[in-house]
Ligand binder design. Sequence first.
Ligand SMILES: Nc1nc2c(ncn2[C@@H]2O[C@H](COP(=O)(O)OP(=O)(O)OP(=O)(O)O)[C@@H](O)[C@H]2O)c(=O)[nH]1
Ligand SMILES: C[S@@+](CC[C@H](N)C(=O)[O-])C[C@H]1O[C@@H](n2cnc3c(N)ncnc32)[C@H](O)[C@@H]1O
Ligand code: SF4
Ligand code: SF4
Length: 337
Amino acid sequence: MHQIPIKNVAGARLIDPFRREYYYLRLSITDVCNFRCTYCLPQGYRPDSGREKFLNLNEIRLLAKAFAAMGTQKIRLTGGEPTLRKDFLAIAENIAQIEGIKQLALTTNGYRMEKDVAAWKQAGISSINVSVDSLDPGMFHSITGENKFHEVMRGIDKAFACGYQKIKVNSVLMKHLNAQEFSRFLAWIKDKPIQMRFIELMQTGEMDEFFRNQHISGQVLARQLLEDGWQLQEKGHTDGPAKVFRHPDYLGEIGLIMPYEKNFCASCNRLRVSAKGKLHLCLFGEEGIELRDMLQSEQQQLALQARLFSALQGKREHHFLHEGDSGIRRNLATIGG
Ligand SMILES: Nc1nc2c(ncn2[C@@H]2O[C@H](COP(=O)(O)OP(=O)(O)OP(=O)(O)O)[C@@H](O)[C@H]2O)c(=O)[nH]1
Ligand SMILES: C[S@@+](CC[C@H](N)C(=O)[O-])C[C@H]1O[C@@H](n2cnc3c(N)ncnc32)[C@H](O)[C@@H]1O
Ligand code: SF4
Ligand code: SF4
């Protein structure tokens, strides 16, 4: 591992050997989830045998502070289902107050949105991405294992009523489950400020046949959108991986997340920390670097920054999904997607 002397770390930014800079941290705060999405946790959440707990509020605060000191401007809370944590609001409030953090985002299955979204806004959550894999209540139930379609939709309405200007909706594209709903999703966002994102199914260690049967490329949708007059938008430096399209006749936008596309990783700008405090340099393909021992006091901040910088020098240029190599990733719930 490339070491940086602690005295030099104060002004160091998170730049990797390929000159990519990391502005965006995806922070998983729990592995627990109450849904059983077919592509993620089809058997539901099962605790692992270890006794290690998830990062506590203070550890999370110290972690976010160190990242912010190195140039991180956006933190996304994810999981599992992040909103199941009892101290979720306290976590959000603490991170939102850290100097340098301009955006505090949330990815959620929407289960608690109707009830809690006003409190999320109050706590400082600046944007919300919510998963809705189907607009058909029965299909939603069979994909997620929960009969909660109407609750989630009311949650989206409530988010707008609470003052969110735009909501991003995630839908994992599956050939025989929801792919036929594309035009229905389009009609849904005609008059709503929703960025509807279609995500290509990514292969993980726990799926094999499911991937072979269900994966479809987003390229077909991209071609169709361009033919139909949708225009590709420029990206900002803290944006996620979606290619975003707009159309003059639609209030909503379309986002396509196509991790199998050539050059997908060239603009990688994000790092991940798991709920138990391991740094993951990529969504796929490595075991994680321990950070928790550096999260026990304020005095460790520079040493923590030095560890982050050194670790980043080992980041690979891209994932190896094309070769069917999902690294050690059993499913995306263990790292927050
Ligand atoms: N392969 C890959 N997939 C990613 C990466 N970042 C996000 N995704 C996937 O994109 C999908 C949507 O993720 P979200 O949690 O909504 O976050 P995002 O797309 O980064 O969102 P914004 O920050 O709002 O643009 C999920 O399936 C993620 O697993 C990445 O770096 N690599
Ligand atoms: C792991 S979930 C965690 C946050 C929250 N529970 C949710 O579902 O939004 C984050 C995102 O990863 C996506 N995801 C999970 N497994 C995936 C897979 N195998 N391929 C593509 N996207 C996946 C989900 O659809 C969701 O949008
Ligand atoms: S995608 Fe999200 S809601 Fe669905 S099982 Fe995975 S973590 Fe839970
Ligand atoms: S797959 Fe890895 S390298 Fe590629 S964009 Fe995602 S995190 Fe970055």
